[in-house]
Design a protein. Structure first.
Ligand SMILES: Nc1ccn([C@H]2C[C@H](O)[C@@H](COP(=O)(O)O)O2)c(=O)n1
Ligand SMILES: [Zn+2]
Length: 162
């Protein structure tokens, strides 16, 4: 028997974990997932998805996008990237790499920079025209955090439980 050759790459594996994490999101319009990796050892440090803080019920808080600010999700949802950082529970994130299914906002960019991460690999940049993402890119560039779009040769990964 010879070695399998159709195994997935490290990048596919980590972005796959970010995508799988996004499936836990309750947000009806955008499900975002993130995975933080030690780039030297390829060890997974943390994962996260966009959701409400602990003890804030998914059923009681709003999921709408528009209307009275107090009744939209934006005041309450913790972004996937920040959740991944907070889920690290004190692990050292210096020199680590973030895989995220959506380009980080300005607030997450601040946390990414302050935690010492050095690279971001993202899948979608659907809000690239917004000031939030422009401000994010400005800070990441000033801080020397590299960011590049995810590239792969495969279209999908199948998980079959049966
Ligand atoms: N980089 C990002 C950007 C946004 N999110 C979260 C915040 C919301 O739950 C959702 C965006 O909702 P939309 O305005 O597209 O309806 O995604 C995040 O986790 N990370
Ligand atoms: Zn964010």
């Amino acid at each position: 028997m010879t070695k399998r050759n159709d195994y997935i790459s490290w990048d596919d594996y980590f972005m796959g974990l970010a995508l799988l994490s996004s499936k836990r999101s309750k947000d009806p319009s955008s499900q975002v997932g993130a995975c933080i990796v030690d780039s030297r050892s390829n060890r997974i440090l943390s994962v996260g998805y966009n959701g409400l803080p602990r003890f804030c019920s998914d059923d009681e808080y709003p999921w709408t996008r528009e209307g009275d600010s107090m009744e939209t999700k934006y005041f309450y949802v913790v972004h996937a990237e920040l959740n991944a950082i907070l889920n690290c529970r004190g692990a050292n994130l210096e020199e680590s790499r973030l895989y995220t299914t959506l380009f980080p906002c300005n607030e997450c960019a601040k946390a990414i920079i302050q935690s010492g991460m050095k690279q971001i690999v993202y899948l979608s940049d659907k809000y690239s025209d917004t000031d939030i993402v422009k401000a994010s890119k400005r800070m990441l560039t000033s801080a020397g955090v590299e960011f590049y779009r995810f590239e792969t040769d495969i279209d999908c990964l199948n998980l079959n439980f049966k």
